[in-house]
Design a protein around this ligand. Structure first.
Ligand SMILES: [Zn+2]
Length: 260
């Protein structure tokens, strides 16, 4: 097995998951990417579980995570134009962006969500798996991938697809887990010491193929001709956000990048 970003073979077992600890994640010594060993796994199996997870949104104004995501965009993206939310779910970020004057579209793997967003927000939504999505010549000023990148086996292909969807100088917005967070470090330590009480269902199959730290993400950007505009970490507890944003150990990371 080699690292899926830098092709180095210097991989070290980082942690395991599953009822028999059969799912193995290896960290690359060169670029720091955490690679799930996908040999024998059908990754789309995990993605399929999102199909059945449809839940209507009662009030978009109460979608705190989406509101925070949009505020982050507003703060660090200095332009306003066309926006594609890749993996738009129920359309909550699209809602805030549209309200603020963006021309918005969505891309969603679940047909139920795609239909819902079309009806509820009057927004066009393409139904597709992003890595199989064949882009026309349409290009945007901004695209978002919230909790999507880590699920896509081929990060370089994903970044190239994002690049093709963006105008020159266009921006992309991401959210994904931060492998250097305190809580992830603690959880890995407990698993590795066999002290974790986390129980996995026999049917569990992992969804994250690749996991990033700031260093790894910057490396990926360099390979695919993007520059980092802003990196932050955060948690779901807003009162600890100030702390996390400043010392960068929050459970999740969010970033704005720009196509060079
Ligand atoms: Zn690597």
């Amino acid at each position: 097995m080699e690292c899926r970003i830098c092709e180095s073979q210097e991989l070290k077992l980082f942690y395991t998951q599953g009822d028999k600890l059969q799912y193995k994640f290896y960290k690359c010594a060169k670029c720091g990417l955490v690679n799930l060993d996908t040999k024998g796994l059908v990754i789309s199996k995990n993605q399929e579980k999102y199909f059945g997870r449809f839940k209507p949104i009662e009030n978009y104004e109460n979608e705190i995570g989406a509101k925070a995501a949009y505020n982050f965009i507003k703060k660090y993206v200095p332009i306003k134009g066309s926006y594609l939310d890749i993996g738009c779910g129920g359309g909550s970020v699209l809602y805030f962006a549209k309200k603020d004057g963006w021309k918005v579209k969505g891309l969603e793997i679940s047909p139920d969500y795609a239909k819902y967003v079309k009806e509820k927000l009057d927004v066009e939504v393409y139904t597709a798996n992003f890595l199989h999505y064949e882009n026309s010549s349409e290009q945007f000023d901004l695209v978002s991938l919230r909790h999507v990148l880590e699920h896509l086996p081929d990060s370089i292909l994903a970044m190239n697809k994002i690049s093709a969807l963006l105008k020159k100088g266009g921006y992309a917005h991401f959210e994904f887990p931060n492998i250097n967070s305190l809580s992830h470090k603690f959880r890995r330590m407990m698993t590795n010491l066999k002290l974790s009480n986390k129980k996995y269902d026999a049917s569990y199959n992992p969804g994250h193929c690749n996991e990033f730290s700031k260093r790894t993400f910057k490396y990926l950007l360099k390979l695919t001709n993007f520059e980092l505009v802003r990196w932050e970490t955060y948690s779901f507890k807003p009162n600890t956000n100030f702390f996390y944003n400043n010392i960068k150990i929050g459970t999740k990371a969010r970033a704005i990048i720009r196509k060079i």
